[in-house]
Write a protein that binds this ligand. Structure first.
Ligand SMILES: Cc1cc2nc3c(=O)[nH]c(=O)nc-3n(C[C@H](O)[C@H](O)[C@H](O)COP(=O)(O)OP(=O)(O)OC[C@H]3O[C@@H](n4cnc5c(N)ncnc54)[C@H](O)[C@@H]3O)c2cc1C
Length: 457
């Protein structure tokens, strides 16, 4: 029976039109489900998360959008690591990963990328409504009632600037794809800050930054510095995205306007500062995101699933966010389908599988993330060796090859064993770094700029 005949407006209502929401909307719509996507923003709009992983490519192929991504993207063949303690830069290429069929990815401007994703969902048959924020979600035995409000448009009061309309949808299933807004997890009180990795980020776009030429032009560069790490992401139109991920105490120490503080922070990495000589911040816009790594206690309920950042977010040093978001939507598809076809009780096994999937990605990346500023791991990234295929395995993780049958675990085991031996070999330094990190990530309360995706001045 069609959802309309059964008294529903649609089968599935998706809150959030980012990569996670649009992927699941496209998959469900092409499977014949009636899907409504509501996004509180109007696109195109700024969003952070511009460096993609090779594993994204297979999903783009499946969604039929690879050509569009190639058109807007900057080819990314690997990553460069720059440390204040080493004279050389270390370059790794995805072509050397365990699975040699994942040799590159792209850097993308998210305003363009997210529009491609919305177009993909619409072409598949989903109905997308922009500038419409979900406010209320109420579940009952049969489905879910979702209250939403259109955004009040900027402009003079009066004609053409009516009060925002509110509307209610009745759906059989709800998908929370609201990203860092974590609509359901926040309401349910099940969102937990990742105590082991509390940090905050400042970022902006630069014109005129000195980029590599040739094959490495589009690669991401990661700079370690005293208070965390920084990224350098070359975009296709010549703009470069640059950001600093800092320990919260450092952001809290800000005693000057954000732009000044941001530029002073970037100057703390001398090799980055060299590449920024003569460069200018686009529109003087600096963005900030505080208190930012978290996970929720669960990712699904009887008639809902949380996908992407709406469930969890880990530090972006491995550019994993967009891939994990899209992969979560692929993993949610059988759960939503089973629930729609046979009801929540029959979908219990699918829910257990989905919950396990949602924890796997963050767990694998977090092992590296919490050790990223440790001298032992820095040594290993600055002098990568393929002992027992350890380098191929770590590159496999960096390529996003974590949900396939590639037996990365063997090489990862070797990498972890070498890491612990290296720690013992440099015990006093490793202990000092561990102690320092413990102190640096101590809870300093809310940092300014919680989830600010609009420029701060
Ligand atoms: C500093 C930083 C750097 C990052 N760098 C990278 C990177 O290099 N590579 C990478 O892959 N990832 C990166 N990420 C992560 C990446 O941005 C996210 O993981 C990714 O965008 C998640 O996709 P999503 O669809 O889950 O959420 P989002 O992309 O955030 O989309 C959520 C959507 O939901 C909408 N929404 C929110 N609330 C509501 C509501 N109530 N009603 C309706 N709509 C709503 C929003 O408008 C938004 O469009 C970074 C993140 C940060 C913070």
């Amino acid at each position: 029976m069609s959802p309309e005949k059964a008294g529903f407006d649609c089968d599935v209502l998706v809150a959030g039109g980012g990569p996670a929401g649009t992927t699941l909307a496209a998959l469900l719509a092409r499977a014949g489900r009636s899907v409504v996507v509501l996004d509180k923003d109007r696109h195109p709009r700024f969003h952070i998360g511009e460096s993609l992983l090779p594993a994204n490519a297979r999903l783009f192929d499946d969604l039929g959008i690879r050509a569009e991504i190639e058109r807007i993207g900057m080819l990314k063949i690997g990553a460069e690591f720059v440390s204040p303690h080493h004279a050389h830069a270390s370059v790794v290429e995805f072509a050397d990963a365990w699975d040699k069929t994942l040799p590159f990815a792209w850097q993308v401007r998210r305003s363009e990328f997210d529009q491609i994703m919305i177009g993909c969902a619409e072409r598949a048959g989903a109905q997308v409504r922009q500038g419409c924020a979900v406010r209320d979600v109420a579940f009952d035995g049969e489905g879910v009632t979702v209250g939403a409000q259109d955004r009040k448009e900027a402009g003079p009061a009066g004609e053409g600037n009516k009060e925002p309309a509110t509307r209610t949808w009745r759906a059989r299933y709800f998908v929370d794809a609201t990203g860092r807004d974590t609509l359901l997890a926040t309401r349910q009180g099940i969102k937990r800050k990742l105590k082991k990795h509390d940090s905050a980020a400042l970022f902006g776009h630069f014109r005129g930054a000195r980029r590599h030429t040739g094959r490495l032009e589009g690669s991401i560069t990661i700079f370690w510095f005293e208070h965390g790490w920084m990224w350098f992401i070359p975009l296709a139109d010549g703009t470069t995205s640059i950001g600093a991920v800092c320990w919260p105490y450092y952001l809290k120490s800000r005693d000057k306007p954000l732009k000044e503080f941001f530029l002073e922070t970037l100057a703390m990495a001398p090799k980055l500062a060299e590449r920024l000589q003569g460069a200018a911040l686009v529109d003087d816009a600096v963005y900030a995101t505080g208190n930012y790594a978290y996970a929720s206690d669960h990712a699904s309920g009887e008639r809902y699933a949380a996908v992407g950042d709406a469930f969890a977010f880990v530090d972006p040093v491995f550019s994993s966010g967009v891939y994990l978001a899209m992969a979560s939507s692929y993993a949610a598809l059988p759960l939503v389908q089973k629930t729609l076809d046979a009801g929540p009780a029959a979908a219990a096994a699918e829910r257990r599988r989905y919950e396990a999937h949602m924890r796997r990605g963050p767990r694998i990346f977090t092992w590296f993330i919490v050790r990223m500023t440790n001298p032992a791991i820095r040594e290993m990234f600055m002098h990568p060796r393929n002992v027992l295929r350890a380098k191929e395995a770590v590159l496999g993780v960096m390529a996003g090859d974590i949900f396939s049958r590639t037996p990365l675990w063997r090489g990862l085991l070797a990498f972890k064993a070498i890491y612990y031996v290296t720690c013992i070999a440099m015990l006093p330094r490793a202990l000092r770094a561990w102690w320092q990190r413990r102190e640096l990530i101590r809870d300093v309360g809310e940092t300014k700029g919680e989830n600010v995706m609009v420029p701060m001045r």
